[in-house]
Write a protein that binds this ligand. Structure first.
Ligand code: TYD
Length: 218
């Protein structure tokens, strides 16, 4: 994968990841590094076209297996067009959702066979795997209330009901406990400054950033 650093942000609906992605990117840019902020599904023109297909429409528009394949089609394009080139240039890449979202949404919550997901990870991701993953954790009732209040909501997954979102949370926590070297759980409750302090405590050592809050944006 080369000299770059690949970081992913994961979690359920309304956990506040996007705000924290922007804040961490600003801090890293201030250190003079090239920072690429991207997201999934999406992050390249072809992957954004697939995003429109998969995130809009009724909750049962796609089965979990079809969703898995669409997510992986979009992910492969994103890898080829955006992630690999950025990592080869030596950039720090921060991606809002990645392969763990497929494990949690389509796998743990949706019921897709984990063997299919592992096979896709093996053949499609190759070595484009995050060095660090922050798993934002929040009570799904709070997260859904936050997410549904957003004006721009692409609501297919948000409309799947509380049981789905409880399985989702358990799925993310299981990933984090199975891979403790890669994953850090971040308590996403409270205001954005409090969450940012937790992000810096979790990611700062890996990124060479101090965990104090005296830097950019404060
Ligand atoms: P987005 O509006 O970006 O949600 P959020 O702000 O919560 O990240 O929409 C992304 C949606 O796509 C979100 O509901 C999770 C879902 N998703 C999957 O189901 N599987 C995946 O592999 C990925 C990357 C996302």
């Amino acid at each position: 994968m080369s000299g770059g650093l690949f970081i992913t942000f994961e979690g359920g609906e309304g956990v506040g990841k996007s705000t924290q992605v922007r804040r961490l990117a600003t801090r890293l840019e201030a250190t003079g590094r090239e920072v690429v902020v991207t997201r999934e599904p999406g992050g390249s023109p072809g992957a954004e076209a697939i995003r429109n297909l998969v995130l809009n429409g009724s909750a049962d528009r796609w089965s979990p297996v079809t969703e898995t394949l669409l997510m992986y089609a979009s992910r492969r394009d994103h890898i080829e067009r955006t992630l690999q080139p950025a990592l080869q240039r030596g950039a720090v890449v921060i991606c809002d959702r990645y392969a763990d979202s497929t494990r949690a949404y389509q796998g743990a919550a949706g019921g897709t066979d984990p063997g299919l997901i592992s096979a896709l990870e093996h053949f499609i991701l190759e070595d484009v795997r995050p060095a660090l993953t922050l798993v934002f954790d929040l009570d799904p009732e709070l997260g859904l209330a936050r997410a549904l209040g957003r004006p721009d909501a692409e609501a297919r997954f948000e409309s799947k009901g509380l049981d789905f979102h409880r399985r989702l949370r358990a799925g993310f926590l299981a990933i984090a406990s199975a891979e403790p070297d890669r994953c850090r759980i971040v308590d996403a409750s409270g205001d954005p400054d409090a969450v940012e302090a937790r992000v810096l405590a979790a990611a700062g050592p890996v990124l060479g950033l101090g965990a104090d809050l005296g830097g950019v944006g404060t």
